[in-house]
Design a protein around this ligand. Structure first.
Ligand SMILES: Nc1nc2c(ncn2[C@@H]2O[C@H](COP(=O)(O)OP(=O)(O)OP(=O)(O)O)[C@@H](O)[C@H]2O)c(=O)[nH]1
Ligand SMILES: [Mg+2]
Length: 201
């Protein structure tokens, strides 16, 4: 099963992908493979720590994984987490950017499983900004869609989260990728859509 992580720029997609993969692997003893621009790397979960330290140093961003695949030992079950290129409020003239945006939109249309990350520090008074609202509308039609409200370690106002959840009538999970907070509920939700309990030994 492939989960596509979508959201606007800088909401915490990469950090969530790495930390969540590590969380699942640590809890369940899984192996990971991660892909970057530099090719495919076969790695044990401990090496996710390398990716995280590269991430934390903020260098060689192109070496960061774009997806992480978790495998059960000796079995063919897997869970793939992949990050889609971020969406912006406006169309840019840069060709590379436009191509990547197109790829993201195609990925969203073709994916049945979406994790939509919204930065809790960027929430507007009315709720979601137009791009996030559009992503939510697309997501609602999918087999699996959840919204994560990220960076909760930077926000103290939890009423916004409750209001949003009520208003949208969808699953909204507050998380802090930095501290791996709120991951348990996200994991439970992901696990519930898998045909078999893939992530248990
Ligand atoms: N405090 C805090 N900072 C976070 C959290 N998640 C991400 N960040 C910070 O937010 C910034 C962007 O995080 P990324 O994971 O690179 O976000 P992204 O969505 O992958 O960004 P792009 O790929 O550039 O669109 C980084 O400086 C992270 O350290 C969080 O849970 N808490
Ligand atoms: Mg990223």
């Amino acid at each position: 099963m492939e989960l596509t992580i979508i959201g606007k720029k800088g909401v915490g997609k990469t950090l969530f992908m790495l930390q969540f993969a590590e969380y699942i692997a640590e809890e369940n003893g899984f192996d990971c493979i991660y892909n970057s621009d530099q090719g495919v790397h076969l790695r044990k979960v401990s090496d996710l720590g390398d990716a995280l330290s590269v991430y934390n140093k903020g260098i060689k961003k192109q070496n960061l994984p774009q997806c992480v695949t978790l495998y059960t030992r000796g079995q063919k079950k897997y869970l793939k987490l992949s990050e889609a290129y971020s969406l912006d409020d406006s169309l840019q003239s840069n060709n590379e950017h436009r191509k990547n945006t197109k790829k993201t939109l195609e990925k969203i249309l073709n994916s049945n499983y979406l994790i939509h990350i919204v930065d809790s520090t960027q929430l507007v008074k009315k709720g979601l900004d137009p791009i996030n609202y559009e992503l939510f509308q697309l997501g609602k039609r999918k087999k699996f869609y959840i919204m994560l409200l990220s960076k909760t370690d930077l926000t103290t106002e939890m009423t916004t989260f409750k209001e949003l959840k009520q208003k949208l009538d969808t699953y909204v999970y507050p998380i802090s990728a930095k501290y791996k907070e709120g991951f348990f509920h996200v994991y439970q939700s992901v696990n519930s859509v898998m045909k078999e309990p893939v992530l248990s030994r």
